[in-house]
Design a protein around this ligand. Structure first.
Ligand SMILES: NC(=O)c1ccc[n+]([C@@H]2O[C@H](COP(=O)([O-])OP(=O)(O)OC[C@H]3O[C@@H](n4cnc5c(N)ncnc54)[C@H](OP(=O)(O)O)[C@@H]3O)[C@@H](O)[C@H]2O)c1
Length: 253
């Protein structure tokens, strides 16, 4: 059984770990190549785009892929759309693995917004100290609100420098601990956090720390979800793949 696993998430890494050492699954993990030094996976991997829907469909056929697993980040909207269309075109079953979104608790002070422009606007007219954890590709939206100070956290240093007059970048990779997040928020006198609702366990500590300090969190909602229902657990994804070994289905889980 040949599996192409679209990754860049901790769920994909966990599924790759389940594949490692199995003789019945020949899987390749695919990275976009955004992170300079991704953590080396325990299975073969490739890096870089496929060249759109056509390119991915051609890859699926050329590599004789039996099952495509989309375990990309919930905000990797384009890749997920391409995966669904290419799988249909190549007549390859698609399994979607995605973590559920975070849900607010009674003590949380979330300001829900639909997109990054909404997040920048929600910071308001008064200058604030903002912890910005939205990824380097989303910083442009905050150029519309240059009066705030932004403490930007990203996995790699950001080049070219963000076009924000008052900012500092901290290059750090999760998982983060609640105590350390609380310390960071206090020491940096952060007024508000901006984050995507990624649902990741590795980055949830900042949400708990904000709750403890009664800080507001501007929460950017996920893009509207794709048509294929998602599994949340890597072991459920493995079970779904194994079902395809026993009884190949035309498409879907
Ligand atoms: N968006 C986020 O907030 C976020 C956060 C953490 C991790 N990630 C990971 O970072 C990667 C890029 O995210 P994005 O939001 O920039 O994606 P995107 O906008 O949905 O995708 C843009 C293009 O990047 C290529 N690509 C994306 N994921 C790929 C993969 N796993 N393997 C090969 N090519 C891939 C595809 O190029 P072609 O059209 O040429 O095939 C795709 O059309 C994804 O793998 C995602 O899981 C994203």
């Amino acid at each position: 059984m040949r599996v192409l696993l679209l990754g860049g998430t901790s769920e994909a890494s966990r599924l790759a770990a389940l594949f490692a050492g199995r003789r019945d699954i020949d899987a390749t993990l695919s990275f976009a190549g955004r992170t300079k030094a991704p953590i080396a996976p325990p299975i073969p991997y490739r890096t870089g785009g496929f060249g759109g829907i056509e390119g991915l469909a051609a890859y699926l056929k050329a590599q004789r892929v039996d099952v495509l697993v989309d375990a990309t980040h919930p905000f990797a909207e384009q890749m997920s759309r391409h995966a669904a269309l290419a799988a249909a075109r190549a007549n390859v079953p698609l399994i979607v693995l995605s973590r559920p979104p975070w849900a607010p608790e009674p003590d949380d002070r979330w300001i829900n917004v639909d997109d990054m422009a909404g997040a920048a606007a929600a910071l308001g007219p008064q200058a604030q100290r903002v912890l910005l954890t939205v990824g380097r590709l989303q910083l442009k939206a905050f150029e519309a609100a240059p009066h705030h100070f932004y403490l930007i956290r990203a996995i790699d240093p950001i080049e070219p420098k963000p076009n924000l007059p008052r900012h500092r970048v901290i290059a750090e990779r999760g998982p983060f601990a609640v105590e350390a997040e609380e310390r960071l928020l206090r020491e940096e006198k952060i007024d508000v956090i901006v984050t995507k609702n990624s649902g990741a366990a590795a980055t949830f500590a900042k949400i708990v720390a904000a709750r403890r300090l009664a800080l507001p969190v501007i929460m950017v909602a996920r893009p509207s979800s794709a048509s294929t229902p998602a599994l949340n657990d890597p072991s459920d994804a493995l079970a779904a793949i194994l079902r395809h070994v026993k009884a190949p289905a035309p498409r879907g889980v």
